[in-house]
Design a protein around this ligand. Sequence first.
Ligand code: FE2
Length: 427
Amino acid sequence: MTFDLLVRGGTLPDGTTADIGITGETIAAIAPNLPTDAGRIVDASGNLVSPPFVDPHFHMDATLSYGIPRINASGTLLEGIALWGELKPLLTHEAVRDRALAYCDWAVSMGLLAIRSHVDVCDDRLLAVEALLEVKKLVAPYIDLQLVAFPQDGFYRSPTARANTLRALDMGVDVVGGIPHFERTMDDGKRSVTELCEIAASRGLLVDMHCDETDDPLSRHIEQLVYETERLGLQGRVNGSHLTSMHSMDNYYVSKLLPLMAEADVSAIPNPLINIVIQGRHDTYPKRRGQTRVPEMLKAGIRVGFGQDCVLDPWYPLGTADMLDVAFMGLHVAQMTSPADMKTCFDMVTETSAAIMHLDHYGLAVGKRASLVVLDAGNPIEAIRLRPERLCVIARGKVVAERKRQETALSLAGRPGSVNRRHKTPQ
Ligand code: FE2
């Protein structure tokens, strides 16, 4: 037997058609017409075969808690944070773990196999940290779960956040987070960026901060984040999440900022679904969109990934673990409708986000981990348009989810038939 598993005849994201031969947990071969004496064959002919979806920004400690103890009436970020503060004392280890595991099942069904989740460290019990560390272990056979120590109530503003951040990192949380725009003053925010980057540098960790998640054009903590990245030699290891204030910043200032971000290789993760509903809430009309300057950052050579941020929690009443929903919204808000731009949006929920998370084993290439998704679409652009069925999800060489192709039967006068909305879209 040549391979344990053979994915036959799929169309890869670059448009080529190939078989993928898998041995154990590893991609052993990618080529047309591979030998078919495999342990199992998955027929992917006519369908897109992609590396798994990646969500580089999520809150797994809050997910699926919508309505507990109440819903966010104003829809604002600040009411969401206050509501999360009401929910926190009610959390139990079991509840956080079970909701997170339920969400991970959704993720697997959607081909979402890598998630960077922030975890709030402002509860002195660090109960959510313990629960998500347990979840990380439980889902490790199929999901890469990377955790970020996130001082939701402010690294300085919350009296025990600093000590708790260090405790969480000692417990095994992977990445250093922050929330400089939520500190009491701009100066506190700036100092928090410095200290958190120093912690990351001293421990050899990555940085991913909620940064400037506000409509205030003068919220410029990204500037300090870039400065500290250069000063501490953290190039390629630091990410600014949200960066919504950049939507409203002065154009001249942004023309100076973007080259500095590129020079320091600081990446960006906007969260389109959340940014479009949470920002601009204080505006009348015209209302700002609040999404950061995605095309401009890409043009400047900055790596940009799209994140989901929330599913059914104090900040967002919807969500399905489908990163194609995220790409679809991000594409619209950023007006990235050329074929090349749409393909870039697909990369932003797959390859680019994997690179931002430093997932070295990721990708459709020989020697990489055999995790992939077969979609009922012909190419990445059609995948974004249809957000179609994940026909087969493979994690570490094992089929972990399967679904039949959906077709709607029609009973139109004189024209019986069926429809599934696929259409040849130019790449
Ligand atoms: Fe977030």
